[in-house]
Structure formats: C-alpha cells, structure tokens
Design a binder for this molecule. Structure first.
Ligand SMILES: NC(=O)c1ccc[n+]([C@@H]2O[C@H](COP(=O)([O-])OP(=O)(O)OC[C@H]3O[C@@H](n4cnc5c(N)ncnc54)[C@H](OP(=O)(O)O)[C@@H]3O)[C@@H](O)[C@H]2O)c1
Length: 229
C-alpha cells in the first residue's frame, strides 16, 4: 500500500512521515511537498503545489491513502480553494481513502472567518472522496509554549475572549494521523485530536506561573481594549 502525505515538509507533515516510517505494515511512504529535494529516504519525495492543481495529478498518482495537510495561507478564500483543489486532484487520481486535517470546532462559516476553509474542505471531502476521514486538531501545545515565551517578560498572557483550549502536542496529532492512514475502520469518522483538559485563559496563566515561578496574569482581548484610540 502507498501512503501519501501532502504538505509534507512542514512541522506536522515531517512528523507524520517519520511516524509512518517508524511503524510496521510494509507500506510505502510518499512525501508530497513543494520542496521534494528535502525528503530523505526511504520516503519518496514528489513535487506538489496546492496552487498549481496540475502538479497534484502526478503527485497523487498511484497513492492508496492520502493525508491532506492544509496550508497556513492567511489570504481569505485561498486556503479553502487549495483544500478543494487537493481533494479534487486526489479523487481524480484514484486515491481510495483521503484523510483531511481539519480544526477543532469546525462549523459552517463564511470567509473571511478563519474556520471557513476547514468547513469548505470537510464538506467537499464528504461529497467527493470515495472514502474519507477527518482529523480535527486542537491548538498545538508547541504554539502555546511560543506564546508563553513571548509573554513571560511582560507578565501578561493574552487570549481571545475567555476561550478554553485543550492543547495537544503536534507529535500526538501526527501519531493519530499515521494510525488512521495505515489502520482500518476509520472511514467516515470525524476525530478530535485534543489534550486531556480544557483550560481557560486564567487557568493557563496560573499553570504557567506555577511552573515557572514567575507572575503571569491573563488578559482577554476584546474589541474595546484592542481598538486604537
Ligand atoms: N492547531 C494549531 O495550533 C495550529 C497552529 C498553526 C497551524 N495549524 C495548522 O496545522 C497545519 C500544519 O501546521 P504546521 O505546523 O505543519 O505548519 P507549517 O510548518 O507552516 O507547514 C505548512 C505546510 O503547508 C505547506 N504548503 C504551504 N503552501 C503550500 C502550497 N501552495 N502547496 C502545497 N503545500 C503548501 C507547506 O508545504 P511544503 O512542504 O510545500 O513547504 C508545509 O508543509 C495547517 O493546517 C495549519 O493551518 C494549526
């Protein structure tokens, strides 16, 4: 069986490829990226650019199961179009099972809402793929660590309103994706990759203060306190 990872040279993509290579099962691993020269064996590197759908036909040829990792392109509408192009190319290339990397809390939303591209991708996947699985990730714990590092000196951790988050390690998301790709019984499932606990902003700040021994308060950003004077 040939298993493909599209968006393979990013943080998550690299982690999924190495999980797949580590696991037994006799599967071949194809890493699809705009920089295939960075892929080292035994994974096979192939060129694929979501913005050039014609490149995806060749990139996805012969692949049995494919993971589509979306980009971080901030331009409204762009990421949704990329998701649709990748799903269409995979279905056309004869990929039997498409796994789509989505985000926790995805629901019907319109651009420019951040979640709109995930909603569009999920809906298109369900309508188009011969078999599909959706893996919705929560916030990366690694991204939270970066935010903490940037906040400790000011003593203030910010967040949008009082949103709760169940941070998850990127490596755990990668392990889940690899398990879905080479396992059976996952068709038609929507999974949430989350951490064990939903923490409010105040709880996050208190936890970090306790771990580091440094004071850290939480400030919820609202329209009124972030608006220019
Ligand atoms: N949960 C969170 O807290 C959180 C935070 C940030 C991002 N995310 C999401 O997590 C996913 C991946 O995260 P990451 O940390 O791995 O991001 P990353 O390291 O920035 O990787 C982004 C990937 O997007 C690919 N890409 C960008 N433009 C492309 C294009 N035109 N065609 C094909 N591939 C393209 C890159 O592929 P190449 O291999 O071609 O370079 C790269 O592999 C994304 O869906 C992102 O939205 C989640």
């Amino acid at each position: 069986m040939k298993v493909g990872v599209s968006g393979a040279s990013g943080h998550l993509g690299r982690a999924v490829v190495s999980e797949l290579l580590r696991r037994p099962g006799g599967h071949e691993v194809v890493a699809i990226t705009r920089t295939p020269e960075t892929v080292s064996g035994p994974a096979q590197g192939r060129f694929g650019d979501y913005n050039r759908p014609e490149s995806l036909a060749e990139a996805y040829a012969g692949i049995d199961r494919l993971l589509i990792i979306t980009t971080v392109d901030p331009e409204p509408g762009k990421r949704g179009a990329q998701n649709v192009a990748a799903i269409d190319a995979a279905a056309k290339a004869g990929v039997k099972h498409i796994v789509f990397m989505s985000a926790a809390g995805t629901r019907q939303e319109e651009e420019p809402a951040l979640g709109a591209s995930y909603w569009r991708g999920e809906q298109h996947l369900i309508a188009t793929a011969p078999a599909w699985t959706i893996l919705r990730m929560n916030f990366y714990a690694e991204a939270f660590v970066q935010q903490v590092q940037a906040s400790l000196d000011r003593g203030v951790l910010t967040g949008l309103a009082e949103n709760r988050a169940a941070f998850v390690a990127r490596s755990d998301v990668a392990a889940a994706a690899a398990g879905i790709l080479i396992g059976d019984g996952h068709a038609g499932a929507i999974y949430n990759a989350t951490g064990p606990e939903r923490l409010s902003g105040a709880e996050r700040a208190a936890l970090i203060a306790e771990i580091t021994g440094r004071p850290l308060a939480f400030l919820a950003i609202t329209e009124s306190n972030c608006a220019p004077d």
